[in-house]
Design a protein around this ligand. Structure first.
Ligand code: PLP
Length: 461
């Protein structure tokens, strides 16, 4: 009826007198319409059905609102502490100025691009050009989205290693891409002390995943949620596949400054021949404990940055201006505050608090060599299958039920890892719960104390 009304109202005046409803009938039709169900008046795009964008995702299930109020949140990967005071001061200063409160150049504010150039040129072993090689984005997420918009044609395949950061999936499918999954292989459950190095890639499997439609490989090192820092050998293997099949590599390195135990963070862009086909993704939110500021940046050759700039300009136009200034200040002042080394020490201590607790409990886990996540092997945690699980977790993997049980009975929330797999490979993830240690030490110690309560649910085979 509404459609008919709209059509009628578009009829030229001369005809309308003959065909339109009288004002009284029109009002009555509208009244009928408004009493009908209007909650789904406008159909939404079918693209939301892909990429699990409409599915009840793990974040809404394991949301603070669904869990006991005093549950300690080691689920979500954001910090429970503020950015360093000297970085916050830069933000305050920016807010007091005039220009930093207004639009920035879509490439990013010059002060920030210059700071990125100064920090990263030595790391990439080349003089980065602030006009051609650096693009500031609204967090790493939007930078990645813009790369997909700039490079994917409908039906192009994008290879991602599982477990994968869940945002990749809708970002790829919204842009017409088709995700193709290659799992990392977990350590054997029998291994006494696994590290994230024991999660391995099978290069033959990667090669088999390539088809004539493959356009891109997404790499994530240091890895969320495994904590794996890809070795030079592994990266050379991936690079060889990219080179052979002419693939773009999107290297998500948002945890670049969290690499533990003296392990080397190798950038795939620095492997010979790879600069021209690699875009490196960074996040100031991760680096400066400022995930809500939404500042990220891309580094790469002009051939990748220029089309991505065209996309990002039409998606957001520019990123948050005052926070760009603050991040520029952060990068400039970091050496003076010995920031990276201090932060690494703090995160190492946080990681160790959790890992020592798992050792005491006798539970297996993969000691992460990067990022701020630990995967705990929950196969030996037994819970009553008839526990009062909500429907949202009942239909999901064992890990969903285990994490729900741990949250309610132990009071520590974590994230089930099967969420980061496609259906076909979800059983690999079902053995793990992800603990985030981007939390202050007191919170971690309180969580560790509660985790002692797990003892009575541990049953070894
Ligand atoms: C692997 C990975 N990439 C990208 C992001 C998003 O970063 P940003 O907050 O800068 O968008 C995250 C955040 O959790 C992440 O874990």
């Amino acid at each position: 009826m509404l459609a008919r009304l709209v059509r009628v109202s578009r009829t030229p005046c001369s005809l309308r007198t003959r065909t339109s409803l009288s004002p009284a009938r029109r009002l009555s039709a509208m009244a009928t319409q408004s009493s009908a169900d209007r909650s789904n008046l406008i159909p939404f795009s079918s693209r939301l059905k892909e990429g699990r964008a409409l599915a009840e995702d793990v974040w809404s299930i394991f949301n603070a609102a669904n869990l006991p109020a005093d549950c300690i949140n080691l689920g979500q990967g954001y910090m429970n502490f503020a950015p360093p005071a000297w970085v916050r001061e830069q933000a305050e200063e920016a807010l007091r100025s005039v220009t930093a409160n207004h639009y920035s150049h879509p490439k990013g504010r010059m002060r920030l691009r210059q700071a990125i150039k100064d920090v990263y040129s030595p790391q990439f072993g080349r003089e980065l050009d602030v006009e051609q090689n650096i693009l500031v984005t609204s967090g790493a997420n939007e930078g990645q989205y813009s790369v997909f918009t700039a490079f994917l044609e409908d039906g192009d395949e994008v290879i991602m290693f599982e477990p994968f950061f869940d945002q990749y999936l809708p970002s790829v499918t919204f842009n017409g891409g088709k995700p193709v999954y290659v799992p990392l292989h977990p350590p054997s459950h029998d291994l006494a002390h696994a590290t994230s190095d024991d999660w391995t890639i099978d290069l033959a499997e990667l090669r088999r995943a390539v088809t004539p439609k493959t356009k891109m490989i997404i790499l994530n090192t240091p890895h969320n949620p495994v904590g794996k820092v890809f070795t030079r050998d592994e990266l050379e293997g991936i690079a060889a596949v990219a080179e052979e099949f002419n693939l773009l590599v999107m290297s998500d390195e948002v945890y670049e400054s969290l690499v533990f135990d003296g392990k080397e963070h190798v950038r795939i862009a620095n492997i010979p021949g790879m600069w021209d086909r690699t875009v490196t993704v960074c996040s100031a939110g991760k680096t400066f404990a400022a995930t809500g500021w939404r500042v990220g940046y891309l580094i790469g050759p002009q051939s990748i940055i220029k089309p991505t700039l065209a996309a990002t300009t039409r998606i957001v136009f520019c990123s948050n201006s005052p926070m760009q200034e603050a991040v520029a200040g952060g990068l400039e002042l970091a050496p003076k505050h010995d920031f990276y080394a201090t932060q690494l020490r703090e995160y190492t201590a946080r990681r160790n608090i959790l890992c020592e607790a798992f050792d005491q409990l006798g539970l297996k886990y993969s000691q992460p060599q990067g990022s701020y996540f630990v995967l705990l092997d929950i196969s030996d945690v037994k819970f009553p299958e008839d526990y009062a699980f909500p429907d949202s977790v009942k239909g999901r993997g064992r890990d969903f039920r285990a994490c729900w049980f741990i949250a309610l009975e132990i009071g520590v929330s974590t994230i089930p890892v099967s969420e980061f797999y496609c259906e076909e490979h979800a059983s690999i993830g079902e053995a793990y719960a992800r603990f985030a240690f981007c939390k202050d030490e007191d919170t971690l110690r309180a969580a560790v104390e509660r985790l002692q309560g797990l003892k009575k649910y541990i049953q070894k085979p």
